[in-house]
Design a protein around this ligand. Structure first.
Ligand code: IPE
Ligand code: IPE
Ligand code: MG
Length: 257
């Protein structure tokens, strides 16, 4: 019966229904993390160069940021470039390094209007200066915004992040400012790139890959994982709301009963 009903709905009705399912319920995930994957395959399917997939993927970023903001998500963290992605062909890496600049120059005004606060999580040092400058400009200009927190994970690696934290903490111990007994989970969390943010409630990964690829290893201890075969350039607002609706149907136990 339900199945029949849903078959009868037009795509448009299903879409707004989808959104309503989410809106009607209070328990929105506060922090959503996304592994935006499948740009290369999307391009390949169309006999286009991989960079065409990344350009199409940027459009999806715009749409999903809007969708997250409209529904009242507090934190959205997008995995844009991993510490392992430097292994890609030079041309592709160069293109990916130019995207933040392009995104910021075309989108910053609207993001400011939306009261979005932009942050980069990851290691800035290895980035070309034009990439770093663009991100820092966006961070500076949106610093006091109180709306959606939009984090770009760029040159981000979960293991790299943990190594850095351990190294900083060891330094503090060595200098005598900290006792080994004072090393706690929350102290470690304070040394991560994500120190200001709660752990993600929901992780979305597109393109059918079922792995974390070094994304937020520490932070995702109890994150709900949601995978879809849809490639990132094809990922829609409706898919995003579906992920949230599915999240709302999950029972989070944190080891309890
Ligand atoms: C994700 O798409 C974007 C980045 C990793 C920068 P991919 O480029 O990984 O696309 P596929 O996985 O090759 O299809
Ligand atoms: C993860 O995707 C990194 C980003 C989406 C930025 P990859 O495409 O690099 O991951 P693997 O290589 O399939 O694990
Ligand atoms: Mg990939």
């Amino acid at each position: 019966m339900l199945e029949k009903l849903s078959q009868m709905l037009t795509r448009k009705e299903r879409q707004s229904n989808n959104e309503n399912t989410v809106r009607d319920r209070e328990a929105l995930p506060a922090h959503i993390a996304v592994i935006m994957d499948g740009n290369g395959r999307w391009a390949k399917q169309r006999s286009l160069p991989r960079i065409a997939g990344h350009r199409a993927g940027m459009k999806t970023v715009k749409e999903i940021v809007k969708a997250a903001d409209e529904i009242g998500i507090k934190i959205l963290t997008l995995y844009a470039f991993s510490t392992e992605n430097w292994k890609r062909p030079r041309d592709e890496v160069d293109f990916l390094m130019k995207l933040p600049q392009e995104f910021i120059s075309t989108e910053l005004d609207e993001l400011i209007e939306r009261n979005v606060c932009i942050r980069m999580v990851g290691s800035k040092e290895e980035l070309p200066s034009f990439t770093r400058d663009a991100l820092e400009k966006a961070e500076r200009k949106t610093l006091n915004n109180t709306g959606l927190k939009l984090n770009f994970a760029l040159n981000y690696g979960g293991r790299n992040e943990i190594v850095r934290a351990i190294s900083e903490i060891s330094q503090r111990v060595k200098e005598g400012g900290l006792e080994p007994e004072e090393i706690t989970e929350s102290l470690i969390a304070q040394h991560l790139y994500t120190r200001e943010f709660p752990d993600p409630d929901l992780l979305i990964r597109t393109s059918g890959e079922i792995r974390l690829s070094n994304f937020m290893l520490w932070q995702m201890a109890y994150t709900e994982l949601w995978f879809t075969d849809v490639l990132w350039p094809d990922f829609s607002k409706e898919d995003f709301y579906q992920a949230i609706a599915d999240y709302q149907g999950r029972a989070r136990r944190y080891g309890s009963v």
